[in-house]
Design a protein around this ligand. Sequence first.
Ligand SMILES: [Zn+2]
Length: 129
Amino acid sequence: MPSKEEYKYYYDKIDSDDFFEKYKPQMNHFHKGNPNQDEFYETFGEEVQYVKEQPDNLIWTVIEEDGVTCFIQGYHFVNRFQYLIATVPYKRGDKETYYDAVDNWCIECDGGQEENENCKECGGEGYYV
Ligand SMILES: [Zn+2]
């Protein structure tokens, strides 16, 4: 979970729209016909097998760490959450990290799990705004 300062810091960095526009990731064909079909590949089974067969300059790893979700160039294992396969290869010197999301549950009162009316961090919302 990020602190309020971290939340604001990462929220301002969110730029995954630019990523989708530039690298045009392919749809996950394993989920064809599924109404929830999207571009994300799982980190297990036939999906990750397929990801590993792709050229490294088309693979992006979706990393989730401490409530921050980002996409980084290439195939990685640590903190991996999902994978994306671009249709446009990245090149040397291209931006290496795109931020997609940051959790906004309040770290002080644990998202309203406890009495939080007087929480100074979130003002009793349970999450940062
Ligand atoms: Zn709070």
